[in-house]
Each structure stands twice: as C-alpha cells, then as structure tokens.
Design a protein around this ligand. Structure first.
Ligand SMILES: Nc1ncnc2c1ncn2[C@@H]1O[C@H](COP(=O)(O)OP(=O)(O)OP(=O)(O)O)[C@@H](O)[C@H]1O
Length: 649
C-alpha cells in the first residue's frame, strides 16, 4: 500500500536534543539571554534592590537629577526612578507573561483539538478565530479600559484573548501536518489513547514554534501595554515602564532623562525577546540540517514496524463489556480469530455518490495461521487491512458487511464506521501492526527504547524497570547485535533494517493474537528482506499468532502464507490454500498476476494444472529461479528454498 515516506525529525526533537547548547553558541542568543536574565533578576529581587518603595514621594525633591540617594533621579512626584524601574520590571514582565499565558491557554488546546479531530469543533473554532481577528484590537482594549478600569492585568488578559488566534492557527496547522504521520498511526495501533498521543507525539511538534511565537508575543505585549499607558490609560498608582514613559514624556523638557530610562528598559527587553526568538529559530534550523545529514548517512535500508501488546486482563474485561452491547456473531463462526464478511468500503463523493474501493470482501484468519492478501496496486488490500485496524480515514464509510475478532464484532451489521471504542480495546493489545515504512513509524522525537517501553508499561501495566528489561530482551531476540545502544538511540541514529527489527520487537512485545503485516519487506533491500521474512516466520511459529500478510508479491506469500486471498479492483477474485492457488490458479486475474511477474523471463519448466482450461504457468521452483519468488528465493535461507520446492512438488 502506498504511504507517504516522510521521516522529518521535527522541531520537537531538536528542542529536546541540544537547543539550549546551540542558542549559547550564537552570540546574539547569548546577548538576548543575558539581557533577559538581568531583567528577570531585577524584577524578582526588586524589593531587595530598590532603596525606596515605588510610591514613596520625596515631595521636596521632585525632578531631581541622577545622583545622591536617588541613583537615577526622581520623577515629577519626587518618587525614586531606580526603585520604580525595578518594581516596574516586575509588573510589566508579569503582565506580559499573563498575556502570553492567556493566549496560549486558549489557542493551544483549541488548535490541538481542531487540528487533531477536525470536524465541527474545527469549523466552529476557526469561525470564532476569524471573528476575533476581525475585531479592531485597539478599540477593544480602549473599550475594556473604559468599562473595566485602568488595570494593566485586565488589559493584558483582553490582549491575550485577542491574540490567541495566532496560537490557534499555528498549532492547528502543525498538528494537521503530523496527525496522519505513520508514527502517529503506529502510536494509535500501540494502544495509546488520543490524550497520550496528543501530549506525547503531537505536542512535541508545536513546542518549538510555540517558543518562538511566545518570545515575539511577550515583546508585542510589552509594547502594547506601554503604548496604552503612554497614552495615559494606565494606573498611575502602579509603577510600570509604560506609566513611567508617560510621566517622562510630560516632563521631557524639564528632565529629559526621565524619558530615557523606561525607553531603555522597554527597548532592551523587546529587543532581547526578538533576538531570542531568532536565536531559537536559527538553532532549530541548524538542528534540522544536522539531523538530515545524519539521516542520509543512516537511512540506507528499510524495515518493518510494529507495535503491540498482549491482552491484559483489564482489556479483556473491557473488550467483553463492549462486546456485550453488540449483536452476537453468526453461529459457528466464533472460533475464527478474525472473520471479514462481505466487507464494503467507500468514499462519498461531492455529487452524493459513493466511490466503492472494497466490495464484498470475505475471508477469515484462524489462530496460528498466515493469510496472504495479494493484489496489484490499488486493489484494496490496504483499505481492507485498515478496516480491520480501524485506521481508515475519517472520510471513509463502511458500505456493507461485518468484521469480527475473536467472536465479537468490530464492525457490526449496519455500522457505517469502524468503532474506535471497540478497536481501542484491541489495537496494541491483541492486534499488532507491521507497516512498510519503519522509519516513518518511529517518532523522531523519542529514543527507540522509550517507544518500546511506554506501550508495554501502559498495556501490560508493568513497571518501567520490567518493561526496560523486556525491551532489551526483545531487541536481542530480533537479532539486534547491541541492544543497549539501539535502546538508547534516536530513530535517525539507527539503520532502516534495525528500525524494522525494533518495530517487530514492538509488535511481539506483548504477544498479540493477530499481526497485520503490511508489505513488510517493500522498503527493504533484498538481503534485509530475506532476513526479515525469516524473522517473521520464526516469530510467527514461536508465538503461534495469526498473521495477515498484505503484499503484492506472490513470492512472499509462497514463502510464508498458508492461505491466500487474491484481490482485484476492491474484490476477492480467488482465495484458498497457497499450494492450490499457485499450482492451479483458476481465475484469469491470478494467472495474469503470476504471468506479469514473470514478464520477459523464460520459465524453465511448467506446472501441471488440474483445471482443464488453465494455461500453463511456471513452477514455483522456476519462479524462484527467474525472480518471481522474490528476493526470498534468491537470497533467503535454505529453509525458504526448501519450502518453495516443497510447494512446487
Ligand atoms: N483516502 C482515500 N480517499 C479516496 N480513495 C482512497 C483513499 N485511500 C485509498 N483510496 C482508494 O482506494 C483504492 C484501494 O487503495 P488501497 O490503498 O487499498 O490499495 P492497495 O491495494 O493497498 O494498493 P498499494 O499496494 O498501492 O497501496 C484505490 O483506488 C485508492 O485510490
């Protein structure tokens, strides 16, 4: 199945790795941090550093020049300018922080929900955002001041609400760009709930742009606040830099330095915030360049992916509770691990029609059985697999049929959508998934080990130490030479082949009942393909799990599967034992599929067909020689070759 290959080590990873270090290698970053640190320290220790109270008035000493007991002189009311600057820093910075907190508090969660879920909330929130953005900000602030008084806190809360659409849009766009990433699907398949996926995998993507935006917003908040107070709309009883600016301007001819101090404080702080934002942006861009270079060096081969876990007792209970509300499955079919019956999937079109992409598909998988779904590109293999996993896009509709897992419906008769509630209890617990792009299924922001440990802790309810021990054992079991090093590595630090093994380890980590392997070898080079198929076969035999092997390659099916389902144009054209189908393909499409795979290559012998009308098709052994039996026959183990020869006999 075709999936976008995008292994973008996103901003979140950069923030985690060495963002701080990179900021401190940038001279502008150092200057910005130094200025801000001084301002914050001055604000924090204002009470200690200020020789006078902010409102203490030395009436007999107004507009005094700097020097003596008044380091920076006094204002028109005889108040100490240095003390007011320090207290002003407190109020100015805190109220700017309040503004940013309000904007983030509204914009971030709304953007996360709208970007992740879309739907009516997205529509409603976007409408409200547009409304907010269309309001003339300064008029709203002046009205709020007139109605609610001159408090700087109220002004900044109002301003925070007005600028929250900036955060909303930023977050929504970032989330939309990653919500369909394979590693997010993989996390879903691993059994993580939406809340955890959003906080763990999605939030990390918006973290960096959020930091940059906040640096800018703080600067703007200080500027707006000072502007309002400069116009005389502040509270003269509260020392802020804006109020001091206003006082200084009124006395600019009598005592010009009164105007200079607050201008300096405001200018330096806003400048430092802008520089900090730029330094963070530069650091992130540098980080991405470094990570891309590393990725090019390591991204040589592909691999498998998977995530899963065994059914913990709690989820059994949950599954049963959910099943209890459902109609009973057809009598006599309960024993099948998975049964897909007359499944139809379609996509509603603009003209009201529904484009059918899967029609009347039926097959079953029993415990310990490997069923291959084979067909050309676009034949509906992936849509069928995604229906079982509950990973169909929001726009997809179940147009008919049912899916049952272990005697209970996941798609009951009449359901239009796959029930996420039912699937959540199974995915990552009893149904594991091995996708075709290993790198895209590992979150670049987290170490490999943490991506194995977390689902185990969550699903099995075991401690971190126990999950870590199991993860290291599993990595060894799937043939990783240095499990500890891989455990501690980020995805971009391991090769595609290793990532594939990691994800197989994840898939089997909790002994699932069913593994859906989606073209698990497509992205791999030939040698690694053979190794991975060997590994899959070994694991399947050892654990006795049911496997659905989605592939376009008959060779892989011959190598691993017991039964095969051949699909074309969304329908099943032929199904049965692999041996029977390959010896005697009855449907013309199956024969064409086999023939086309041999196109341009001369079969060496022919296989007798029991179907009188069937054309001559090559033997599996021949197919292996000419390349049909893949890469497996050419490169895989003796065991594989023997299996193929055996089928051919
Ligand atoms: N989101 C979607 N919206 C509309 N049509 C879709 C969507 N996803 C898939 N399809 C259509 O469904 C059909 C079956 O696609 P599917 O991905 O199942 O094919 P496949 O057999 O897995 O092929 P491949 O091996 O190339 O991935 C295709 O015609 C495809 O265009």
């Amino acid at each position: 199945m075709t999936q976008p290959v995008d292994i973008d080590p996103r901003a979140g990873a950069m923030v985690r790795s060495s963002l701080v270090k990179r900021i401190f290698t940038n001279p502008l970053g150092i200057i910005a941090v130094a200025i801000l640190a001084i301002m914050i320290l001055a604000a924090t220790f204002a009470a200690l550093l200020a020789p006078f109270d902010q409102n203490f008035a030395d009436i007999g000493n107004t507009l005094a020049a700097p020097g003596g007991e008044h380091l920076l002189g006094t204002d028109s009311a005889g108040r100490d300018v240095w003390s007011r600057l320090l207290y002003g820093a407190q109020l100015t910075l805190l109220s700017a922080l309040l503004c940013a907190a309000v904007a983030i508090g509204i914009g971030l969660p709304a953007g996360l929900i709208a970007g992740y879920y879309g739907g009516p909330f997205d529509t409603g929130a976007s409408w409200f955002t547009n409304l907010l953005m269309s309001l003339p900000g300064i008029i709203v602030l002046l009205s709020a001041r007139a109605a609610l008084g001159p408090s700087v806190w109220i002004s900044m809360i109002m301003f925070g609400i007005l600028i929250s659409p900036g955060y909303y849009r930023l977050t929504r766009t970032a989330v939309q760009s990653v919500r369909n990433e394979l590693y997010v699907d993989a996390a879903r398949v691993a059994g993580l709930g939406d809340g955890r996926i959003i906080t763990r995998h999605i939030l990390s993507v918006v973290r960096a742009p959020l930091i940059i935006q906040t640096a800018m917003v703080l600067g703007v908040a200080i500027a707006v606040q000072s502007g309002l107070e400069f116009l005389g709309l502040g509270n003269p009883a509260e020392a802020t830099w804006g109020v001091m600016l206003s006082d200084g301007f009124r006395n600019v001819y009598l005592s010009p330095q009164l105007f200079v101090w607050p201008v300096l404080a405001i200018g330096l702080t806003i400048g430092a915030l802008v520089l900090l934002g730029n330094a963070v942006r530069d650091a992130l861009e540098d980080g991405q360049k470094i990570a891309k270079a590393k990725r090019r060096a390591t991204d040589a081969t592909g691999a498998v992916a998977a995530v899963d876990a065994r059914v913990p007792a709690a989820s059994d209970v949950r599954t049963r509770a959910v099943s209890a509300a459902l109609p009973a499955v057809e009598a006599g079919t309960e024993h099948h691990l998975l049964r897909v019956s007359n499944l139809g999937v379609g996509y509603p079109q603009a003209d009201g029609s529904v484009r059918s992409v899967v029609r009347n598909v039926s097959f079953h998988v029993d415990r310990g059985e490997v069923v291959g779904i084979v067909g050309e590109s676009g034949s509906g293999k992936s849509q069928t697999a995604f229906s079982i996993l509950g990973l169909l896009p929001d726009t997809a509709r179940i147009t008919g049929g049912t899916i049952q897992f272990d005697g209970a419906y996941t798609v009951a008769p009449g359901d239009e959508r796959v029930s996420q509630t039912r699937l959540r209890a199974l995915r990552g617990r009893r149904i594991a998934y091995i996708p075709q792009e290993p790198m895209s299924n590992l979150d670049p922001a987290y170490r490999v080990g943490s991506q194995l440990v977390r689902p185990m802790m969550l699903v099995l309810g075991i401690s971190r130490a126990e999950a870590t021990r199991r993860a290291l054992d599993l990595l060894e079991k799937v043939g990783i030479a240095d499990p500890k090093r891989t455990f501690d590595a980020y995805p971009h630090e391991i090769s595609g082949g290793m990532a594939q093994r990691v994800l197989i380890a994840g898939a089997i980590s909790c002994e699932p009942d069913l593994i859906i392997a989606d073209e698990p070898t497509t992205a791999l080079d030939v040698t690694v393909q053979a190794e991975v198929l060997d590994l899959l076969r070994d694991m399947q035999k050892e654990l006795g799990v049911g496997v659905i092997l989605v592939t376009h390659n008959f060779g892989v099916v011959a190598d691993l599967a017991d039964r095969v389902v051949v699909m074309q144009h969304g329908s099943v054209v032929e199904a049965g034992q692999v041996r029977d189908i390959l010896r005697d393909p009855r449907d013309v499409y199956t024969r064409t599929l086999l023939d086309s795979m041999l196109e341009g290559k001369e079969p060496m012998t022919t296989l007798g067909s029991s179907a009188p009308a069937a054309p001559v098709v090559p033997t599996l052994a021949d197919a292996a020689r000419v390349g049909l039996i893949t890469d497996v026959a050419a490169t895989a183990s003796t065991e594989t070759n023997e299996a193929i020869e055996e089928v051919a006999r």
